[in-house]
Ligand binder design. Structure first.
Ligand code: GLY
Length: 535
């Protein structure tokens, strides 16, 4: 379908540097993918908690009416093995996949940006990297929230180092002083000049591999040279008159999101007339999540290694049968909720719409805030701790409390299961909403509720992102995590039903949506440091 020229454009970004740089690309004639590539590299400089070149991500693209998806998730190194995080008694050594040199998968972000640009970009690659290089070389003024989180992390590193050298690079960051990253600037210059050849086979690969060798890490030159991003078919489903496009495996995000949306439609009578964030509404969301997360634990992993039953998991008859298991009046017994077939916390998201109506929804991650806490000496970028997204042992929860089995066990070259859920909603041929969030397993809940807020409750973009959200994921049993702002009455009723409530904020939605007059709105959560623009 032809794109619509001369429409408004919009960006919703997790910080002001990425928002301004992406907007400048769009204003100078670049398309949504160009803007996303620039934002991706800028965030590697200005959002060290999650922006990266040492991690991976997913980019959902709608270009000239066609949907596409590039998977640049990290991969387990060739020398990785199933039991690599177990001690002699077979117990998981919890900090090993989280911190230090053994926590990282082979990074995919540079290849992902390159692939997206090769296929859809319109401006020169070098030009798109210029803002990131400038910010790394000349410095940027860190937001006070970034300074606080960096100082907090450095304190924890110094209390218990776990092989992290983060403080050597990030100590001394101040809110009123340009923060320069000369090694990162040099790395970005090489990537600008040589593309992925530098990162995967050239000087940057050599720096990374030598660093690994000196510290007992696993990633070698063969791992780097073998890394490929993969173009995949996005998950696509009809829901309430919209076409929902989202992330396929190796993300669980699109599958669980669409399962929950379809179960919601199946139970529309029970949702009708419910007040937003009333106890009954929250209970129903928790019941849907329980079912979705039970399937996640059993069936979802890297589709190149494990046959993920995508079609059966989304089949109407299956959804109908699963929706019947929702108990409208009481908490379903967690032990009885089984998979149904048969048989810093961090990460970041950004959304772009260009004046031709193309859209990009990108979620990218180094897993927890500041990843493994390890910065590659000489190359200046932070490595991910994505290995914790594998299931280190069947049934043993990872950092996010997620459990898994064979589908998500560690194997060389395998991608770890993700919850990243970059999503686009279409109405007819028009982009109605671009949404996504960080937050590990809570991502799926944030994206699900952003869609319900927009479609069922007619909220504008700012209301969509700021309305308090809840998260439930089967385990821990009957625990609902929530933002501040739920009514006392709803909380009391949920506790009376038997839920334990955990008031702990999550997510940082970056949303673009179309208002009833057909114009675009863009919003970043007020509690974060995001910036959104419509122009
Ligand atoms: N590391 C968070 C995710 O991929 O789900």
């Amino acid at each position: 379908m032809a794109a619509h020229a001369n429409e408004q454009a919009a960006v919703a970004m997790p910080d002001s540097y990425s928002a301004d740089a992406a907007a400048a690309v769009l204003q100078s004639g670049g398309n949504a993918v160009d803007a996303a590539v620039t934002a991706g590299f800028v965030l590697a400089v200005t959002l060290p908690e999650a922006g990266n070149i040492g991690g991976g991500g997913f980019m959902l693209i709608r270009h000239k009416g066609k949907a596409d998806f590039v998977d640049y998730r990290e991969k387990a190194p060739l020398q990785a093995h199933k039991d690599m995080y177990l001690d002699e008694q077979g117990n998981v050594i919890t900090e090993k996949p989280l911190y230090g040199i053994l926590a990282s998968g082979v990074p995919g972000s540079v290849m992902g940006m390159w692939e997206a640009h090769q296929k859809y970009g319109s401006k020169p690659w070098q030009e798109l990297l210029e803002p990131a290089i400038r910010l790394a070389e000349q410095g940027f003024l860190p937001h006070e929230k970034l300074v606080r989180s960096t100082q907090g992390y450095i304190k924890r590193v110094r209390q218990n180092r776990h092989g992290r050298n983060f403080d050597q690079y990030f100590d001394g960051m101040q809110a009123d002083k340009p923060f320069k990253q000369p090694e990162l600037a040099a790395t970005l210059k090489r990537i600008a000049a040589q593309g992925p050849k530098d990162f995967y086979q050239g000087q940057t690969a050599k720096l990374l591999v030598e660093f690994m060798r000196q510290r007992g890490g696993l990633i070698n030159m063969e791992d780097m040279a073998k890394y490929r991003a993969v173009w995949r078919q996005p998950i696509s489903a009809d829901w309430q008159g919209y076409q929902v496009l989202s992330a396929p495996p190796p993300s669980s995000g699109g599958l669980v999101l669409v399962q929950m949306l379809k179960m919601q439609a199946e139970l529309a009578n029970q949702f009708n007339g419910l007040e937003h964030n009333s106890a009954q509404y929250i209970h129903l969301l928790a019941e849907l999540a329980k079912l979705g997360f039970a399937d996640r634990a059993e069936y979802m992993g890297d589709p190149d290694f494990y046959q993920v039953p995508v079609t059966p998991l989304l089949a109407d008859a299956y959804i109908e049968q699963r929706a019947k298991q929702v108990n409208p009046t009481a908490i379903s017994n967690t032990d009885e909720v089984k998979p149904g077939l048969k048989e810093s916390e961090d990460t970041t998201h950004y959304s772009v719409v260009d004046k031709w109506g193309n859209a990009v929804s990108t979620t990218t991650t180094i897993n927890l805030s500041f990843g493994s806490g390890v910065v590659v000496d000489g190359a200046g970028f932070i490595l991910n701790n994505e290995m914790d997204d594998f299931s280190a042992k069947p049934g043993v929860p990872n950092f996010f409390g997620a459990v898994g089995k064979e589908a998500n066990e560690i194997a060389p070259q395998k991608r770890m299961l993700s919850s990243m859920t970059p999503t686009i909603l279409l109405k007819g041929d028009k982009v109605e909403m671009v949404t996504g969030s960080p937050g590990g397993t809570t991502i799926i809940s944030s994206v699900f509720q952003s869609i319900l807020n927009r479609v069922l409750f007619d909220m504008n973009a700012q209301e969509v992102v700021d309305a308090p959200r809840i998260h439930h994921q089967l385990l821990p049993k009957d625990v609902i995590r929530h933002h501040s702002g739920l009514s006392e009455g709803a909380k009391k009723r949920l506790e009376d039903m038997g839920y334990s409530l955990n008031n702990q904020r999550f997510g940082d939605l970056q949303v673009i949506s179309r208002n009833p007059l057909g114009g675009l709105e863009a919003a970043s959560e007020t509690s974060g440091r995001g910036k959104s623009l419509v122009f």
